[in-house]
Write a protein that binds this ligand. Sequence first.
Ligand SMILES: *Cc1c(COP(=O)(O)O)cnc(C)c1O
Length: 361
Amino acid sequence: MNTIYNFSAGPAMIPQDVLNQAKQELQNWQNLGFSIMEISHRSKEFIEVAEQAEQDLRDLLHIPDFYKVLFCQGGARGQFSAVPINLLGNLKTADYIDSGYWSKSAFIEAKKYCIPNSISIKEQINGKTSLLSMSQWDVNKKSAYIHYCPNETIDGLSIYEEPKFKDKIIIGDFSSCILSRSINIENYDLIYAGAQKNIGPAGITIIIIRENLIGYTSKISPSILDYKIISEYNSMFNTPPTFAWYLSGLVFKWLKRKGGLKKIEELNQIKSHLLYEKIDKSNFYINTIDDKNRSKMNVVFNLVDPNLNEIFLKESFESGLIALKGHSIIGGMRASIYNAMPLEGIQSLIKFMSYFENRYG
Ligand SMILES: *Cc1c(COP(=O)(O)O)cnc(C)c1O
């Protein structure tokens, strides 16, 4: 049997080392005779796991002390609501940068709480999709914050520039690119990310927030979305998804063993470069995104002849290359190549693409 490589966009691949460790300790965690899923989140054993995971995340991203790290539920979509609830204050509008499906979805949810300002930054230049650079973003003086999505998981579009807006609160939906490269946390006020793309299991959402922004909800805000309450209870106001928290912690340790974000960033650069190079060199596959905005996590591409899509998906699947189908709203193909995808997976995909092209091209 071929080695299986899973290109799912999310829930996505988890490092084999991490799964092996979880398997080994599943039924007898820390010699307690039962699993980590079966102990209280308030036990000293679990609190140690939770605190260690936070510390490892802080180390990986160099998170300063004046930022809080919260572990929540409700996914990134929960944050689409939590962000306006916590950060609008008395203001009536907020800027939502529109770069694709997910940033647009955040905007639509925000309409329940304010009159958000949607700022489209997509443009077509010589048949390529490109995103305006930050200096060209038409932000509004009266907005409470600027929300944007540095990696559009479905569209395969990325923003690598770091935000530097004077006197503006900057919020980033990092769901599909957190921990894929090093960033300067201080350029952001709030970062959130669902774990199921580039960390591990679904069910936990990570929030990194500048401490002084906590505490501005109104009386009717749901407690479970209130950063102040979550923070006061050390992310245990309600029962947290303990297994997902533990497994995320194992992934953070794995990242540290791999050499941290500098190393992972180099590897992600190599992996995505190989794949885009393969696409660009052929007349059979195509990607029409401007180089500077190409995602290193979600590589979207089309077959020039869409009649071959079904057979491409069937044969790639049979070769052990799983979940290459693009999202239904975009069509075509998408290879999600998060941190857990080894270089061999990319090489295997490229080999298959060449074989397929030779056969049907
Ligand atoms: C997957 C994804 C979401 C939605 O995440 P949920 O955890 O399902 O709510 C939001 N934003 C981005 C960028 C995503 O990739």
